[in-house]
Design a protein around this ligand. Sequence first.
Ligand code: MN
Length: 228
Amino acid sequence: MSEYVFAPPAVSAVPVAGGGLFPVRRIYCVGRNYAAHAREMGADPTREPPFFFAKPADAVLTGGADLPYPPQTKNLHHEMELVVGIGTGGADIPVAEALGHVWGYAAGLDMTRRDLQNAAKKEGKPWEMGKGFDLSAPIGTMIPAARFPDPSRGRVALTVNGQIRQQGDLADLIWSIAETVAFLSGLVRLAPGDLIFTGTPEGVGPVVRGDLLEGVVEGVGTVRTRIA
Ligand code: MN
């Protein structure tokens, strides 16, 4: 007989190409990791240390399911990103070893209630409710790292209703995938199941009910959701 006073929550998971599920422990996100996006957000894209925020593990939305337009916003934005799945944990991971801790990669969307985020920024308050709302992390099928051995290049793009909205390349990341994993592991101990959204290229913008979002990371895969 379990000692839980009610049934524990289900484990969030991301489908893996070819079968199986990647269980999600935590979701970390990198802010402003492409210079052009930093500029469009009114920031100076100097190579200051990367900064991170988090979403709840159960914010993942998989299988191309619809995303219900979330409450308390009039400015829901898309941010198309490469997502890293950690397979081997660790703290203070050296940059040269960082990619060895990656289990796989996926295409994902860091959906953002931009109005709430901007209000929080202005008042020096946490971004949490702008970023970590329910189902705020649509994500595609994960591929094992061996199938994407060089995450230093690859087109990252998003269309909305077939119109191109975001387009960038992993080559333009301010902090590389290895540097990002290494830096984050100096702030928190990483563990199997951690996801890292690695930042978005320029072109973020609003979506409305009915919009179909289709994103791709070249060499990794796609992510798709409709705003319902
Ligand atoms: Mn983002």
